[in-house]
Design a protein around this ligand. Structure first.
Ligand code: FRU
Length: 489
């Protein structure tokens, strides 16, 4: 008898111990059971934010669905039945990543069907669509819409982003691998979303070849238009995950990185990108982020929101597997913009607004420590300004939790060596002048995000702390002002 894929996912969810796990985040999207990876199909429709996600409810059995969560405030999430099941030949080995687009009276979820021949191991990647009128019932179109990759590319052909161009036609951006085993992004165009024509590779005419041989595969490309806060001009930003790059400079320590480049897409040419690229997040876990699509009812000044996967391929051996049968989560939503041509990402949590906070303790406490008034919370956000002089600021979450965050005028150090996390270690990030003066930390049980310089540098890290992990202590001679906080529990 054919397997009932929905029933088996719901059964796994019914047996889930995830919510009882003290490490399970309260306001970050996490899997109801099993494994979560990339954000998928992010879209706001009529004021409701939909976050789909790569979901493996029976992890480690590799059956990849699209999970589904919704929120009115990007802080409190409700979880629903999976929206895409791996129940046809086209997606038997995974309903892989993709995006959502509103089209008239319905929404289309575009995804990659992953099929692997059981005998030869040969992969077939197809671009597929699911339609929905109510965001509750999802109808899968069989067969796939784009049946295979064009000549010159391998079957690493996936992660469609679909959007409506200014001329009314539709475009699709895909991550691909060339037959010479280098990564690229491919563009398609359509007038009706069903017949697609390959326009060719995205090229970088002003980059002096910098992106011609840039890793062996580009995953999850996303194109977004952002306004620069300084110049007022809008630019296109390409965010993508080039696998296997080894740039000769600080950063890129994760198994796979995620980078952003800024320019102007004209046809298939991404003009003005001079070969510079920056990591979107300098933290230990960050990958495959996606822009939240908007619907026709969204206000025109609605922020551009990004969510990422706070995970790394191959690092599934986290403490939460034993304690709750789940692994990985998303980052907090981030509002994006540009400042002097650089990507800016600020936490965007309308359901958890910051309010003025008082310091507990006095500068004469141990080593001149100041202690923020959040001592009985394990899920919170905290923002403040810092003046360093010759001093530093140490931020400890929980008592003897094994995590230490040290901020200096031009350096961030995050040390997880003492935590329960098996991929611990210590990471140092050089900062530019002023970045360390404005700090926000978003902490939710086992995930910590550090935002510096009003969104100019972000560091996401999974923090499986020792002990109760309650509260936060700021110590060191640097002086702290303008403290604001919010707690989620
Ligand atoms: C990125 C990725 C995507 C793919 C999905 C499969 O993490 O490898 O390229 O669609 O995950 O789960």
């Amino acid at each position: 008898m054919a397997e009932d894929f929905l029933a088996s996912a719901l059964e796994a969810e019914a047996d889930s111990r995830a919510r009882q796990d003290p490490d399970y985040p309260l306001f970050h999207v996490a899997p109801p059971v099993g494994r979560l990876n990339d954000p998928n199909g992010l879209i706001e429709v009529g004021g409701t934010y939909h976050a789909f996600f790569q979901y493996t409810p029976q992890h480690p059995r590799k059956l990849v669905y699209w999970g589904h969560a919704t929120s009115a405030d990007l802080t409190h999430w409700d979880y629903h039945a999976p929206a895409i099941l791996p129940d046809t030949r086209q997606d038997r080995n995974g309903a892989y990543s993709g995006t959502a687009i509103e089209v008239g009276d319905h929404v289309e979820l575009w995804y990659t069907g992953n099929y692997k021949d059981a005998e030869t191991g040969e992969r077939e990647a197809t671009q597929c669509v699911v339609t929905t009128r109510d965001m509750v019932r999802f109808d899968k179109h069989v067969p796939p819409i784009i049946e295979s990759q064009p000549r010159g590319y391998t079957a690493h052909f996936r992660d469609p982003q679909v959007w409506r161009d200014t001329d009314g036609s539709y475009r699709m951006l895909l991550g691909v691998q060339r037959e010479n085993l280098t990564g690229a992004a491919l563009l398609y165009r359509s007038t009706d979303l069903r017949a697609w024509e390959c326009e060719g590779e995205m090229t970088f005419p002003d980059a002096s070849g910098a992106f011609d041989s840039f890793g062996y595969m580009w995953e999850c490309p996303n194109l977004v238009r952002l306004r620069d806060e300084e110049s007022g001009c809008s630019r296109d930003v390409l965010i993508f995950c080039p696998q296997g790059i080894t740039p000769e400079r600080e950063g890129f320590e994760n198994v796979f990185p995620c980078v952003a480049i800024v320019g102007e897409l004209v046809g298939t040419e991404f003009r003005g990108a001079d070969g510079c690229f920056e990591e979107v997040d300098r933290g230990t876990e960050f990958y495959a982020p996606q822009i939240m699509a908007r619907s026709s009812s969204s206000p025109s000044d609605a922020p551009t929101i990004l969510l990422g996967w706070a995970g790394n391929a191959g690092e599934d051996d986290q403490p939460s597997i034993a304690s709750g049968g789940w692994v990985h989560c998303f980052t907090a939503p981030r509002a994006l913009s540009l400042r002097s041509g650089r990507l800016i990402a600020r936490p965007y949590l309308p359901g958890l607004p910051l309010a003025p906070a008082q310091l507990r303790g006095t500068p004469t406490d141990e080593d001149g420590a100041v202690v923020a008034q959040l001592v009985d919370s394990r899920s919170w956000r905290l923002a403040f300004d810092v003046a360093y002089g010759a001093e530093r600021l140490s931020l400890r979450i929980g008592e003897d939790s094994g995590l230490e965050i040290i901020l200096e005028e031009e350096r961030l150090v995050v040390d997880r060596q003492g935590t329960r996390y098996p991929h611990g270690g210590r990471r140092v990030v050089s900062l530019t002048a002023g970045e360390a003066n404005r700090v926000e930390v978003v902490h939710d049980r086992s995930i910590t995000e550090i935002y510096l310089g009003d969104g100019s540098r972000v560091f996401t890290t999974r923090t499986f702390l020792r002990g109760a992990g309650v509260g936060v202590r700021l110590a060191g001679g640097a002086s702290v002002a303008n403290l604001r906080s919010a707690r989620a529990d």
